[in-house]
Design a protein around this ligand. Structure first.
Ligand SMILES: Cc1cc2nc3c(=O)[nH]c(=O)nc-3n(C[C@H](O)[C@H](O)[C@H](O)COP(=O)(O)O)c2cc1C
Length: 175
């Protein structure tokens, strides 16, 4: 893939909230996890973990915890990507909290792009009741859920979301 193809690949991804109910193959799940494993992390501590949820009852519970977002219920799987504070804080102390969140976020980004490369769809979901997600997934106290990535075969939106001009983000040399 050359650089133009890479940009086209990125531009072709959309968040998908309508799913057709097809299950994921184990090969898809393994591929997504293999891609996540390549993500960089602070000090290579890999301070992220993921709970792969395919069980329908658990997805329904997670959808309720995600303030009734039905794509969490309808997707074939939900990848609950978590920061592992102990793995990062054991080296970096307080700063490790920030690193663990970044490690989890970039791992989730790699998963999202892996899903896209596989011809599947996803929706990054950050709106959820953290305590409820903790309870549903039996997360230990040092594990913080960062994002629920809904994954499946879906119906992409007809119109892509827009973006502000990149120059509005960019400051040169100093702010
Ligand atoms: C941190 C974060 C939190 C998000 N939370 C939600 C969410 O709770 N529900 C949802 O439907 N989409 C959520 N999204 C998806 C965004 O709405 C979406 O990425 C944005 O509108 C741009 O659209 P696109 O992904 O189709 O390019 C979230 C995305 C990010 C990065």
């Amino acid at each position: 893939m050359n650089s133009s193809e890479f940009l086209r690949f990125l531009r072709a991804r959309s968040s998908v909230r309508e799913y057709v109910g097809e299950p994921l193959d184990q090969g898809d799940i393994d591929y997504i996890l293999a891609c996540a494993q390549t993500a960089p992390s602070a000090g290579n501590r890999e301070a992220w973990d993921v709970v792969v949820v395919t069980d329908e009852d658990l997805r329904m519970e997670l959808a309720v915890a995600a303030l009734e977002q039905t794509h969490i219920r309808d997707a074939a799987a939900v990848f609950a990507v978590c920061a592992n504070y102990v793995r990062s804080m054991s080296r970096y102390g307080e700063r490790g909290i920030l690193y663990a969140v970044q490690d989890a976020t970039i791992a989730c980004t790699y998963m999202m792009l892996a899903v896209h490369a596989r011809g599947l769809h996803s929706c990054w979901t950050g709106t959820f009741n953290e305590g409820d997600v903790r309870d549903i997934l039996h997360l230990p106290t040092h594990i913080r859920p960062i994002a629920l990535l809904a994954v499946g075969k879906g119906q992409p939106p007809l119109v892509r979301t827009g973006r502000m001009p990149v120059e509005e983000h960019v400051h040169r040399e100093v702010w």
